[in-house]
Ligand binder design. Structure first.
Ligand code: ACO
Length: 417
């Protein structure tokens, strides 16, 4: 527990007894209309999370919560504290409450040996100052499906079947876990996470939009290992808008499998547009689409913001594509254990990296947020040098480090939990 003289708030763990207050605060800050079911659902999610509150006397004035998840990193998975519900009451904003909450949050991460923290930002301008870097990016895609989808490859011709969403964790869980090794940035999911955060099976009913219920389509016959799947919703045409398909998630084991799923989605009768709100920047669809006027990128945006809480643990746990030996001068204003000069040594690919303090001259100087942006392999460091954010002191050092942390696929994060 800490009491901040700057904010006059006491920062401490939120006990179960205060869950009602926590739900009230999230409703206030995120402008939510929660009925009884919505409150119960929110409370249940918070109950299982790491929760830190900023109290004004006994009133909860700010909070941050985190799900304890596992995230795919190059070559494996690591525990991650996935921040959520970060909010401060309008009466207490811009007095340093968030800063105090995060200071306490780092202590919890250290105590629980969580080397990484991540979040989806409500506003991109907030979290860089706390050491988070935009580690995965996504495209929004739009397909003109008023005409047949034209592709340059033949789709997988296995059957497609619709699945009851309640069966999705059992049918698709193992497939999803296999996909984690294909690209970093995705979360491992247990059945509860699938139900609550992916399929929304425990959500309170809301009529906020005119899309129908979530549908699950799977490639491959029952009993066969799936070749891929898509989660989507549809909307019929009305006087103002054409019928549309909204793709929440599409995962496929191969390009032909992806082609089969996109062809299915684009062919749904009484719809003429497919929207996909979060697709990997290296989505193969963009290559195998025969007509790029038909498949368009409408937006590119950051998805997951990543913070290396324990830089050494994070760097030595991931795999590397090439040997490298560089001294990094890392600035970390919030976590002194990360701050300073360290030698990163990577031997043959497949061998463990080492990260040791050194007094040797630095080859590269950078802020910890830049390490967060590059860690999963989505951002080459040279782009941050070009942007004036990273200093290369030894010519060639950045090129060598970029070759070492490059990954086969770009990282991607499917769910905005
Ligand atoms: C992971 C998630 O949950 S994302 C959701 C984030 N929450 C929301 O958007 C809900 C509505 N907003 C809020 O609850 C609050 O305004 C918060 C949580 C964003 C900020 O809380 P505050 O207590 O006001 O922040 P605090 O006073 O500690 O500010 C810390 C720093 O962040 C900056 N900051 C805070 N909010 C913003 C913002 N919206 N945009 C840019 N900078 C911001 C402050 O200027 C300050 O900068 P400095 O210390 O470098 O000078």
């Amino acid at each position: 527990m800490t009491t901040s003289h700057r904010t006059d708030l006491t920062v401490r763990t939120i006990p179960d007894a205060d869950l009602d207050q926590a739900v009230d605060l999230t409703a206030l800050a995120f402008h939510l209309k929660l009925d009884g079911k919505g409150r119960a659902q929110q409370s249940e999610v918070l109950r299982g999370a790491l929760r830190i509150g900023a109290y004004d006397d006994r009133t909860l004035a700010g909070m941050a919560a985190a799900h304890r998840l596992r995230i795919a990193v190059p070559g494996g998975q690591l525990p991650v504290a996935a921040l959520d519900f970060v909010c401060v009451a309008a009466t207490h904003r811009r007095r340093g409450a968030l800063r105090e909450l995060l200071a306490e949050f780092w202590r919890h991460c250290a105590a629980e040996r969580l080397p990484l923290a991540c979040l989806w930002a409500s506003e991109s301008a907030i979290y860089g100052r706390f050491g988070f870097g935009a580690a995965t990016e996504a495209y929004r895609l739009e397909i003109d499906s008023g005409r047949p989808l034209r592709l340059r490859i033949a789709p997988d011709d296995r059957p497609l079947r619709l699945l009851d969403p309640a069966d999705a964790p059992a049918v698709l869980g193992a497939f999803h876990e296999e996909q984690l090794s294909a690209g970093a940035g995705r979360f491992s999911r247990d059945a509860a996470w699938w139900r609550r955060h992916v399929l929304g099976l425990e959500d309170a009913d809301d009529d906020e939009d005119d899309y129908g219920p979530l549908r699950v389509v799977v490639l491959g016959a029952a009993g066969e290992h799936p070749g891929g799947y898509a989660l989507y919703r549809t909307r019929g045409a009305d006087g103002h808008a054409p019928g549309a398909v909204d793709v929440q998630e599409l995962a496929a084991a191969s390009a032909p499998a992806a082609a089969a799923l996109w062809t299915y989605l684009a062919g749904i009768d009484l719809t003429s547009t497919v929207h996909a709100f979060a697709r990997p920047v290296d989505d193969p669809l963009l290559q195998f689409a025969a007509d790029r006027d038909q498949v368009r990128v409408t937006r590119q945006e950051p998805c997951l913001w990543l913070r290396l809480v324990d830089v050494g643990a994070a760097l030595t746990a991931r795999s590397w594509a090439a040997p490298v030996d560089v001294v990094l001068d890392v600035r970390d204003a919030a976590l002194p254990a990360n701050d300073g000069r360290f030698r990163l040594t990577v031997g043959r690919p497949g061998t463990a990296a080492s990260w040791t303090p050194t007094t040797d001259t630095a080859d590269i100087a950078l802020d910890v947020r830049e390490l967060g942006a590059c860690y999963l392999g989505g951002m080459p460091l040279r782009r941050l040098v070009q942007a004036g954010l990273v200093t290369e002191r030894t010519p060639g050092a950045v090129r060598r480090l970029d070759a070492a942390w490059e990954t086969e696929r770009l990282p991607f994060t499917a769910e905005d939990y």
